[in-house]
Design a protein around this ligand. Structure first.
Ligand SMILES: N[C@@H]1[C@@H](O)[C@H](O)[C@@H](COP(=O)(O)O)O[C@@H]1O
Length: 248
C-alpha cells in the first residue's frame, strides 16, 4: 500500500495547493466540517485562506471546525495554547462562527471525560469533510506518538521527549513546555472523508518516507494513513527528499 503525494518547490506553493482543497469544500455552499491542525507548518495555509476571505469573499459561514489537539496544563488564553493559535491565525480573520469551532476542553476537572465528550461531538458532527494534518519528526499526527494503536480515540496522552524538545522553541524555558495533551486518536482522524497532510523541510523527510513507503506500523503513526481511501501528502522538495523514486 502507498499514499498519493505531490511535491512543490517551496512551502508557500505547497500551502496554496492545500488552501485550494479547503477552498473547494468551503465553496460547496453546504455545511462543512473542517479538521484543523496547529504547528508552524500550516501557518501559510491559514494565511492564504485569510487572504482569500479578504480578497475573494471566501466564506466560512457554513463551516464548523474540530482541532486535532490541545495542550494540557496551560492557563486559559496562554499564547501557546492551540485555541489562541487558531484565533490569531485564522478564526479572528474570517467569518467562522466561534461557537462552532471546537478544541478539546483542557480546563475541565476530568480530562478523560472531556476527551470522551470531544469524541462524541466529533462523531455527532456528521464527520470531518477535510482534515488537515502536519507530521512530527517522529511520525506523530495530532499528538499520536509512536506506539499509538490504530483504534485509538480522543484521549489524554503523554508527549514524547522528542516532541517536548521540538516544541521548546515556542516557550521561554524548557520547563514551561507541557508534558501532556488531549488529542484525537488515529481512529478519530481516519473517519475524515478526505485527509491532506502537509510536510515541509528536511527534518520531516524520514518521517514522510516512512509514512508513505514504509510498513504500516505504530512506530510511525502517520503510516496508518496508508489504509485511508482519500489521503494526499503535499510536500516541498526537502520533505520529499528521502522518498524512493518510482513509487508515486
Ligand atoms: N501537535 C502538533 C502536530 O499537530 C504538528 O503537526 C506537529 C509538527 O509541528 P510543526 O508543524 O511545527 O513542525 O507537532 C505538533 O506538536
Amino acid at each position: 500500500m502507498s499514499i498519493a503525494y505531490s511535491v512543490y518547490p517551496d512551502h508557500q506553493t505547497a500551502s496554496e495547493r492545500v488552501a485550494d482543497l479547503f477552498t473547494n469544500v468551503l465553496s460547496s455552499g453546504s455545511p462543512t466540517v473542517l479538521g484543523l491542525a496547529t504547528g508552524s507548518t500550516p501557518l501559510q495555509v491559514y494565511g492564504e485562506l485569510c487572504r482569500r476571505h479578504r480578497n475573494d469573499g471566501l466564506s466560512f459561514s457554513q463551516a464548523s471546525s474540530f482541532n486535532l489537539d490541545e495542550y494540557l496544563g496551560l492557563e486559559s488564553g496562554h499564547p501557546q495554547s492551540y485555541r489562541h493559535f487558531m484565533r490569531e491565525h485564522l478564526f479572528d480573520h474570517v467569518d467562522i462562527d466561534l461557537a462552532r469551532t471546537h478544541l478539546p476542553d483542557v480546563h475541565a476537572d476530568d480530562a478523560q471525560s472531556a476527551s470522551d465528550e470531544y469524541e462524541r461531538q466529533l462523531q455527532q458532527s456528521g464527520g470531518v469533510d477535510l482534515q488537515l494534518l502536519g507530521i512530527g519528526t517522529n511520525g506523530h499526527i495530532g499528538f499520536n506518538e509512536p506506539g499509538t494503536k490504530k483504534d485509538s480515540l480522543t484521549r489524554v496522552v503523554d508527549l514524547a521527549p522528542s516532541t517536548i524538545d521540538s516544541n521548546q522553541r515556542f516557550f521561554e524555558s524548557p520547563d514551561q513546555v507541557p508534558r501532556q495533551a488531549i488529542t484525537m486518536g488515529i481512529a478519530s482522524i481516519m473517519r475524515a472523508k478526505q485527509i491532506v497532510l502537509l510536510a515541509t523541510g528536511q527534518a520531516k523527510a524520514a518521517a514522510v518516507a516512512g509514512a508513505i513507503q514504509g510498513p504500516i506500523s505504530a512506530d510511525n503513526p502517520a503510516s496508518y494513513l496508508q489504509s485511508h481511501p482519500h489521503v494526499h501528502f503535499v510536500l516541498d522538495e526537502s520533505a520529499a527528499s528521502e522518498l524512493k523514486p518510482g513509487d508515486d
